[in-house]
Design a protein around this ligand. Structure first.
Ligand SMILES: Cc1cc2nc3c(=O)[nH]c(=O)nc-3n(C[C@H](O)[C@H](O)[C@H](O)COP(=O)(O)O)c2cc1C
Length: 325
């Protein structure tokens, strides 16, 4: 039975539980972050933000920086390819937003990002990792963290990359147990994560990848040796997972899954918060992509899923959900 001190520190920021909501572009805006927080996520991370978008005062980027009072502690993740530019964006975040932490994205695998030398491209060169962390850290008073993958084509640099970030002064390191080349295929490489967890001794190590159950989280702590777990897709379909994981870590006892009715309540609440944040038209359009995750594996929901993907209004979505109750 695992029992842990519930809180841990990232620099001088206290994280009340050992669970972190992973950054997910198009998903971890403040609507979803507040939901994750209310279900017990110790730390929530904003979807990745372009350093250039901040510098050029891009209206959409600045709008994304909104943080709700109920979210703290919250981290803003930046992506970019140049130390000075990332440092300027980090400084802007410190001075103009309510973020408690800044994170650098060193894992995004998509072509558009790596083509610009950002995201997972950093993984090719530990010296560059060291240098960019030093540069960005030098302008910040709030803690700086990095989220990376195990490597580019293979995991041979995983430990070196992690140590480069640690020795340059990150306050925590998160790692997703896949290479860039894997994208989202295959399974999470627990062996590499365990090796990195052992190598990182000065700051918390946050393990990420394929955590969909309390058992998966338990494995990351007990067998991989992580200090905390970061959950992405598992939370997208079930934000209640944070309550379940926290409860287990803190009491050693399992909580049952929520009944489907409750999942529908969470989904509808998500749509309401998204509507408050972005207005009905955009919210419903975005919700079309989110609803299937809540309805996963529900027998008889296929037709409803199809109809939700064509819905135009909140009322339409509510009517469709009512048919599932
Ligand atoms: C839709 C989606 C968007 C993502 N966006 C980001 C992002 O903005 N920044 C980032 O570091 N990782 C991003 N990721 C990766 C996740 O943070 C996480 O590392 C990955 O999904 C593995 O964890 P999981 O198995 O718990 O989902 C994204 C993943 C998904 C599925």
């Amino acid at each position: 039975m695992t029992k842990l001190n519930s809180s841990f520190m990232i620099g001088d920021v206290e994280i009340p539980h050992r669970t972190v909501l992973a950054p997910m572009a198009g998903i971890t805006n403040s609507a979803f972050r507040t939901i994750a927080k209310e279900f017990g996520a110790g730390l929530v991370v904003m979807e990745m933000i372009s350093d250039k978008g901040i510098q050029y005062n891009n209206e959409k980027t600045l709008h994304m920086l909104h943080i709700d009072d109920g979210e703290h502690p919250v981290s803003i993740q930046l992506f970019g390819s140049d130390g000075d530019s990332l440092a300027r964006a980090a400084e802007f975040i410190q001075e103009n937003t309510k973020a408690d932490l800044v994170d650098i994205n060193m894992g995004c695998p998509v072509n558009k990002v790596v083509k610009n030398e950002a995201g997972a491209m950093w993984l090719k060169d530990p010296e560059k990792i060291y240098s960019v962390v030093k540069t960005v850290k030098s302008v910040l008073d709030i803690p700086l963290t990095v989220k990376m993958r195990t490597g580019w084509a293979d995991a041979s640099l995983a430990v070196e990359n992690a140590l480069a970030a640690e020795s340059a002064g990150v306050a925590a390191l998160a790692m997703h147990g896949r290479t860039r080349q894997q994208m989202y295929t295959g399974t999470c490489d627990h062996e590499t994560l365990a090796t990195v967890a052992k190598a990182i001794t000065k700051v918390p190590f946050i393990a990420n990848g394929d955590i969909r159950t309390v058992q998966d989280a338990k494995f990351m702590i007990e067998k991989v040796g992580a200090d905390a777990v970061m959950v992405g897709r598992g939370a997208r379909s079930n934000p209640y997972i944070f309550t379940q994981i926290n409860h287990f870590f803190e009491t050693g006892k399992m909580l049952p899954d929520l009944p489907f009715e409750k999942m529908l309540d969470i989904a509808e609440d998500h749509l309401t918060r998204l509507t408050d944040l972005k207005g009905e038209t955009i919210a419903v359009r975005e919700f079309r992509g989110l609803a299937p995750h809540y309805l996963r594996g529900t027998s008889g929901a296929a037709k409803i899923r199809g109809a939700v993907s064509r819905a135009e209004t909140v009322a339409e979505v509510q009517e469709l959900f009512a048919q599932l109750r």
